[in-house]
Each structure stands twice: as structure tokens, then as C-alpha cells.
Design a protein around this ligand. Structure first.
Ligand code: ADP
Ligand code: MG
Length: 371
């Protein structure tokens, strides 16, 4: 078991990378602490598998180092690194039984038969495949095969970490949910560092205590699900986390705050001071649909037209079009069941406590002590 440190990692699949876009990983400095349950979350193609394969040693990074407990493992083979990796599609030996498949990683290490039996039973029980132990792997369904594949990753208790690369893709939705909870229980029981790769925010937040959000070859934020929700460090995190994601509106600084769709949004002095430091950059105001308050049109300088109301059972999503000087700007607002559904024109209040600003997509830090 180990702390895994990624030190100035970068990777390009191209022989002669020239620009940032030639890199699958741009620059990664990151620490996975020993014993943590982590998710690596990001859209397809952002570099998740590349990163896992570099950690496990299947891929050699173009730049930077991977350290386990402070020691570089760059020169070590995947076997020597002692990492278990579970892939998107099952890796099982078809000619072996389920029991033999699960026992294989332990037998390879020359573990005593009694210990092998005990671990195989324990893992089979956790994954609910005990009844399949005697069956040939070739006779299993895709779901069952993937469970065996996961079991092979979980049987060894001496690994530095277990890496899961979208392991539940081939599993049906109901079983998915159960397996994720199982994995979480297994994590608690065995205290092994686990990194779980997914493109699904729900999957990430049900498994992990902390989530690393990846975007275009970088980890743009590492935080708890709540931190990602309340303080997205990057516009991508705001957009990707939440359903629907954060409203992101271009603004320009003005004397008393910012101008949004031609309307003045007043801001406190500390926020204005922070924005003044980014005057040359592209400024965006971010606010989540949950936090916008709807009022009568006369009660706010910011007004909008109701475009569409989607009823999602316990809440509604209202699509609004901000009435601006230039183009109409779309905004989403989430209203709870017991609130009145707006019609026609509405006023919008943006509580400052939930309003964030981004300069060239990065969160503008506000020093509240300065005011
Ligand atoms: P993810 O797992 O997040 O979907 P990947 O790490 O698989 O992303 O891919 C990151 C980028 O690297 C993508 O642009 C992908 O096309 C590219 N890539 C992945 N594997 C290879 C490879 N073997 N050769 C060349 N390019 C690759
Ligand atoms: Mg992948």
C-alpha cells in the first residue's frame, strides 16, 4: 500500500509533440494518499486511461515521475509496481473456472492454499459470485465475467493500489449501483488506495471521498463532491458537475460591479478588487441553477423571459432568456416542487454568496479579509 505521487507528468503519443494539443497529458502534479477512495472524473478522451496506465507502468510517460511512498517507480515494470488494474472490458481466462481465475494472482505469488481459499471465498462473497465458483469462465455472461475480472483485481491484499478504469461500463444499471456500494465496502474493509475512473459524476460521488476532475489532459480540480459543487475551480467543473450544470455568462467589469447582458450587477468591494486584478482576461460569471432567485420583474434590474419549463418530478428546470441589449442569453433556474412556476417575464436575483467569477476559465479567488 502506498501514497502515489505524480510529479510534473506529461505524455504525448506523438513522436515529435509541438503544441499543447499534441499532449494527452499536459501537466499533472498530484498526490493520491495511502488508503483513499478516489475518483478520476472527466469526459471521454481527456486522458484518464493514459494516466492510469502510466501509474501502473503499462505506459512510460514522456516527462515527469511517478513516486510510490517517495520512491520513483519509473524504471519498474508493472509486476514490480504491484498494482492491480481492472479494465473496462473483462480480462479472464476462459478455460479456467471462476475459482481458478480468482486464485490465479495469489497462486502466482506462491501463497499457501488455505490463504488462497480464504481470499477467494471472501472476494466471491463480496461480489456475489460464490455460486459461480465452479463454473468455467467461458460459460459466464458479460456481467459475470466483469465481476470475476474485478475479483481478480481485489484478491491480493498486498497491492500498492487498485486502479479501476470504467469497470462498470458493461454492467447493467441496477447491478451497477449495487457493485459500486460493494466496492466502497471493500475499500473500507481492506484500506487499500483505490482510484476509480469514470465519466459519470454520480458514479464518482457515490464511490469516492475525493474526486479529481480531468479536462484536456489536466486535473483541473481535486476536491470533495461538495467542494466541486460549491466552488468549481474551473468553468469546466461548473459545467460538468451538477444537473444541469452551472450557468456561465460573459460579463464585463463596470464601476459598481459587472455588466451582464447589458444590465448592471452590483458587487461588494472585495469582489470588485479581485476582478480588477483580471481586467485583461475573459471574465465569466458562474451561478448554479439552484441558487438563482426568481422575483417580480420590477424587483431586479436583471429580467428574463420564460422559454420552457421542464417538470422533473420533485423539481422543475426553467429555461429563461435574459433580456439583454445584445443577444438573449439562456439561463437555467431550478425551482423546488413547492415553489410557484413563473410565467411570462421574471426578475432574477443572484445571491452573491453563490456567485463565482472566472478569468480565462479559472476561478477568481476573493480575499474577503481585504474589504
Ligand atoms: P480517456 O480514457 O479519458 O477517454 P485516453 O487516455 O484514452 O482518454 O486518451 C487521451 C487522448 O490520447 C485522446 O485524444 C486519445 O485519442 C489519445 N490516445 C489514447 N491512446 C492512444 C494511443 N495508443 N495512440 C495515440 N493516441 C492515443
Ligand atoms: Mg479511457
Amino acid at each position: 500500500m502506498a501514497e502515489i505521487r505524480l510529479d510534473q507528468l506529461a505524455h504525448s503519443y506523438a513522436a515529435n509533440p509541438e503544441q499543447a494539443s499534441d499532449y494527452a497529458l499536459r501537466r499533472i502534479d498530484h498526490v493520491w494518499e495511502q488508503g483513499g477512495a478516489y475518483a478520476l472524473l472527466g469526459p471521454s478522451g481527456c486522458g484518464k486511461s493514459t494516466l492510469l496506465n502510466i501509474i501502473s507502468g503499462l505506459l512510460e510517460p514522456s516527462q515527469g515521475r511517478v513516486l510510490f511512498d517517495g520512491e520513483s517507480v519509473n524504471a519498474l515494470s508493472p509486476q514490480q509496481r504491484n498494482i492491480a488494474q481492472v479494465f473496462q472490458f473483462p480480462v479472464v481466462y476462459d478455460t479456467m473456472t471462476v475459482r481458478e481465475n480468482l486464485a490465479f494472482p495469489l497462486r502466482n505469488q506462491g501463497q499457501p492454499a488455505a490463504k488462497v481459499d480464504e481470499r477467494v471465498r471472501e472476494v466471491a462473497e463480496a461480489l456475489e459470485i460464490e455460486h459461480l465458483l465452479a463454473r468455467k469462465a467461458s460459460h459466464l455472461t458479460a456481467d459475470e465475467k466483469q465481476k470475476v475480472s474485478m475479483g481478480r483485481g481485489l484478491v491480493r491484499d498486498d497491492v500498492a493500489a487498485i486502479l479501476f478504469d470504467e469497470p462498470l461500463t458493461v454492467i447493467d444499471p441496477q447491478l451497477k449501483w449495487r457493485l459500486r456500494r460493494k466496492l466502497k465496502q471493500i475499500h473500507r474493509r481492506f484500506d487499500i488506495t483505490m482510484v476509480y475512473v469514470t465519466h459519470d459524476q454520480l458514479e464518482a460521488s457515490t464511490f469516492a471521498d475525493k474526486i479529481a476532475v480531468m479536462y484536456e489532459g489536466e486535473i483541473v480540480q481535486f476536491g470533495t463532491p461538495r467542494e466541486l459543487f460549491e466552488y468549481p475551480a474551473h468553468t469546466f467543473v461548473g459545467y460538468f458537475i451538477g444537473s444541469p450544470g452551472m450557468n456561465l455568462c460573459p460579463v464585463t467589469p463596470s464601476a459598481g460591479g459587472v455588466r451582464l447582458a447589458g444590465c448592471e450587477v452590483a458587487l461588494a468591494e472585495d469582489v470588485r478588487a479581485a476582478l480588477a486584478r483580471h481586467a485583461e482576461q475573459r471574465l465569466v460569471l458562474g451561478i448554479r441553477p439552484e441558487f438563482i432567485q426568481l422575483v417580480a420583474p420590477g424587483e431586479s434590474p436583471l429580467t428574463a423571459r420564460v422559454d420552457l419549463v421542464q417538470d422533473l418530478g420533485t423539481y422543475k428546470i426553467v429555461d429563461l432568456l435574459l433580456e439583454g441589449l445584445d443577444a438573449e442569453l439562456p439561463i437555467k433556474v431550478r425551482i423546488e416542487e413547492d415553489h410557484a412556476v413563473p410565467e411570462g417575464r421574471v426578475g432574477l436575483l443572484l445571491p452573491q454568496r453563490w456567485t463565482r467569477f472566472y478569468a480565462d476559465d479559472r476561478l477568481v479567488e476573493v480575499d474577503h479579509a481585504s474589504a
